[in-house]
Design a binder for this molecule. Sequence first.
Ligand SMILES: O=C(O)C(=O)C[C@]1(C(=O)O)C=C[C@@H](O)C=C1
Length: 365
Amino acid sequence: MSDEQTRLGELRVEIDSLDQQIMELISARAKCAQEVAHVKMDANPGEDVFFYRPEREAQVLRRIKEANPGPLPDEEMARLFREIMSACLALEKPMHIAFLGPIGTFTQAAALKHFGHSVVSVPLPAIDAVFREVESGAAHYGVVPVENSTEGMINHTLDMFMTSPLKICGEVQLRIHHHLMVSPEFRDQEITRIYSHQQSFAQCRQWLDTHRYGIERVTVSSNAEAARRAAKEPGTAAIAGDMAAELYGLEKLANSIEDRPDNTTRFLIIGREDVPASGHDKSSILVSMRNKPGALYQLLEPFHSHGISLTRIETRPSPSGTWAYVFYIDFEGHMSDEQARKVLAEVDEEAVELKRLGSYPIGVL
Ligand SMILES: O=C(O)C(=O)C[C@]1(C(=O)O)C=C[C@@H](O)C=C1
């Protein structure tokens, strides 16, 4: 046996032994999670118990990133623990997660990134359908896109909060990579049409104008739908992500064609209950102000005087009247913090309406 083979043999024996230990430790952890489920059920007999604890999950993942000794990158280590927790939670109660479908969309990728793969993910055809599915209790949580770094806010999602009783329970960001893809079956055919979602076309505009100028661009309801069509129509291509390519067996002709390399979409997790503080949180509110001079100043002044940072402010037309506006505001901290409570009390005095959309852990993954 060569030196190389001897050394490889030794290392593999060591890996087998480590795998055995990892497996035993994961099993011990899973038993603990099962025990946690019993404690929760015993403390709330006959009630609807919330097994999923977003604030606890954020704390676990943050601690893992901080304590990670390497050589695996922090993100990779957190991803592994994300899956372990997801499997542990599935033992307590399998969760149903509604998302803006169809399967293979970036929203599904975001849902799996946030909850791990041990959930049942339920594709729905529209953002309002996702809200309804969670409101009715048919799904435990929902995942909807809210903002893209290139294209801005997704107004439909913001507007849903004006009437929906749902809470924001979390956020997750996804780097969006778009690829130009074709069916391997039609690889040799000239491409005369490209399918994609309107947002994806917008995010790849410069690349398309430079590299595929003059080819017909047909907008469809999602990237996954674009991939589905390209899979069966000769002479067509799709712009979509990795999940859609895999799902429909497409081959990538050009990788990462988005115009901005930092192209990122932020998604919200929507649910029916409030989330306690995790120690590193963000809050969202909707405020409707009287239509008078200085209204915006009056709204923002309490945040400034109590030292609370705003991370976003968006204006949306109010559904109730011409030229009246609703402000969608994200700020740092949890609504139960003393300073935030004071700010919200002051805003409440001046506002026509203040709606608390929720406090939730700042995205960890
Ligand atoms: O700590 C809890 O409450 C648990 O249920 C355990 C656990 C975990 O595996 O760490 C599982 C699911 C929750 O979402 C949070 C954490």
